[in-house]
Design a protein around this ligand. Structure first.
Ligand code: ADP
Ligand code: MG
Length: 571
């Protein structure tokens, strides 16, 4: 458009003859000029000028309109991809087995869900447009150049791949650095997360200076990695521009030779147009290499994200999983052995036999570390066993739908797991259909209603992070209320009172006793006085059952249980 414009202004006498249409720059330009000449003859130069000006404005308007439209439609794609990624990761985290989390840092997982996803949005999504658009531009320019002068184009075709290879090398190195820096961001977030959780300890041990130094070190290491990253990333653009210039000079040098040799190997006008087009080639090529670098940077994050998405969730419904909505007879542990590490060593449970009949209370006692929690965790399939089997009403728990299996159980553990939400929502957790009356009823059974009623906002009081606005006993009674509301046939109590003072322990124990009525219970007790009425007491040591029986029988036997009992009785 600009060429004809100048033509109209300065080259008024030139006369063009129509040529047969073909894909050649010369022909296209010539024919356009011819038609423009015709137009000038009919309407005059000023009108032609107006026409050209209008055309140029229209062209630019269209160009930018379409560019905006492209962005407009890209916005939902970019953000949709990022949203889907986050959703998928969250979904995955909900289902991954506990064993997975033992080997990962919480902060690093958080970093992957936040900063890595963000990185993908910025680097890969940002570059999508460029990566699709610029190659088309480059190919168009290159084919035009090929049409104009095959000899000169040869240089371009040889030199450009060389430049491409060099840029590719930078990209690879960039990706390695990016992996490191994202991992460092994970360490950083882990550190923040740990600090927030451990502020009490940090302050009481006056470890502020130590913590601060550790954070500074981690942060500084991140800074170093990021400097390296930016320097590498920023190298690709100047490098590609310089290489472009080298190719350009080479082309000019040899093209100039061809023109100057005077054998009409190359017409000066075509040569100039060739150079002009070649210089147009550099910006898109530069944009492309820049986008390539960004994508490499983003791919490092994509790999970290894929590590989560590809992690195997071993604990899930088997293909022939049956549904099981009621518990009728008994739970049986047959020959169960278990180790956290799959290396054949470190058995945490050895050859466990155990039957829990419906309606009975079975108590587990034993030293800390003897495997009581592990034994209980196997029942809701928090971990899967490889040796032995656990049956519920005769069905192997691995053949029962997970949702059904866990639906049969209520768990109250030593630390109460509460969420930063209202009391009502914490009690009704996982049961959104529960009414206010039901929640209140559950709270009454759990001895929680009294203290809740005294709070200014009652059941709508927010309890803070992990229930930090409540005392330990109050938190535990909320957990119990939650179990009461769920009303499961099988109850697992893992040292539910051991973190409490005597006063609240009495209240909580009372709540637990009510909860256990008419239920099948596996209770892990820390205080033996609370389990004297259990139907069977199992004494564990180093993963094995060493004594079992009723309280009175065990006392009469003068064994480990008697010793433990005496220790507590005289304490
Ligand atoms: P208890 O509840 O009787 O105190 P646990 O069942 O919690 O004992 O632990 C039994 C043994 O298993 C301990 O030696 C402990 O070190 C080990 N253990 C517990 N949890 C894990 C885990 N997630 N990964 C590896 N080993 C574990
Ligand atoms: Mg335990």
């Amino acid at each position: 458009m600009v060429a004809p414009f100048l033509n109209v202004l300065f080259n008024q006498d030139a006369v063009y003859h129509p040529m047969p249409w073909s894909v050649s720059v010369k022909v296209l330009l010539n024919n356009f000029n011819y038609h423009l000449g015709q137009y000038i003859q009919v309407y005059g130069q000023l009108n032609a000028l107006t026409l050209i000006s209008a055309l140029v404005v229209v062209m630019f308007f269209l160009k930018n309109l379409f560019r905006y439209l492209a962005m407009y439609f890209m916005a939902p794609i970019r953000n949709g991809v990022v949203r889907d990624l986050r959703n998928k990761m969250y979904e995955k985290l909900l289902h991954l087995p506990f064993a997975y989390f033992s080997n990962e840092r919480k902060g690093d997982l958080m970093a992957r869900m936040t900063s890595d996803v963000q990185e993908i949005e910025w680097s890969i999504m940002q570059s999508l447009e460029v990566i699709f658009r610029e190659p088309i531009t480059v190919v168009l320019f290159l084919s035009t150049m090929l049409l104009m002068s095959p000899q000169l184009s040869l240089f371009v075709f040889i030199l450009l791949p060389v430049a491409g290879l060099m840029i590719g090398q930078i990209g690879k190195s960039l990706r390695r650095t990016s992996t490191k820096s994202q991992a460092q961001m994970g360490t950083l977030i882990s550190n923040i997360e740990e600090t927030l959780g451990g502020l009490r300890i940090i302050r009481s041990f006056t470890a502020e200076v130590f913590s601060s130094k550790r954070f500074r070190d981690i942060n500084d290491r991140y800074r170093q990695l990021m400097i390296r990253l930016y320097r590498k990333r920023d190298l690709s653009s100047p490098l590609s521009e310089f290489m472009g210039a080298v190719v350009l000079v080479t082309v000019m040098y040899f093209g100039g030779h061809l023109v100057l040799s005077g054998e009409h190997a190359l017409e000066p006008s075509v040569f100039i147009a060739f150079i002009a087009i070649f210089s147009q080639l550099i910006p898109p090529a530069k944009a492309f290499t820049e986008a390539y670098s960004n994508v490499q940077k983003g791919l490092a994050s994509a790999e970290r994200i894929n590590k989560i998405l590809d992690a195997e969730d071993t604990i899930r419904d088997s293909e022939h999983a049956r549904s099981l909505t009621t518990f009728e007879r008994a739970i049986e542990y047959n020959n169960v052995s278990f180790a956290y590490l799959r290396d054949g060593e470190g058995w945490v449970l050895k050859d466990i036999h155990l039957t829990i009949e419906k309606g009975k209370t079975i108590a587990l006692v034993g030293q800390s570390g003897s495997g009581k929690t592990t034994l209980a965790d196997l029942l809701p399939r928090f971990y899967d066993i490889e040796i032995g089997s656990i049956l519920i009403d005769g069905h192997d728990i691995r053949d029962v739908k997970l949702k059904d299996l866990r639906g049969l159980m209520g768990i109250v553990s030593q630390e109460s797991i509460l969420f930063n939400d209202t009391i009502h929502n914490n009690i009704a957790f996982g049961m959104p259909e529960a009414t206010e009356e039901q929640v209140m009823e559950a709270a009454k059974i759990a001895h929680a209603h009294e203290f809740i009623a005294q709070l200014p906002e009652g059941y709508q009081t927010n309890i803070g992070d992990r229930g930090s606005k409540l005392s330990g006993g109050q938190r535990q009674r909320l957990s119990i209320a939650r179990a009461v509301l769920k009303n499961p046939p099988v109850l697992i109590l893992d040292e539910a009172t051991s973190a409490l003072d005597t006063e609240s322990e009495r209240l909580v124990q009372d709540a637990l006793t009510r909860l256990m009525q008419n239920r099948t219970t596996l209770v892990i007790a820390h205080r033996l006085s609370t389990i004297q009425h259990a139907d069977e007491i199992i004494v564990m040591q180093k993963g094995e059952i060493i004594e079992r029986g009723k309280h009175n029988d065990l006392i009469a036997r003068e064994g480990v249980y008697k010793r433990l009992y005496d220790l507590q009785a005289f304490a």
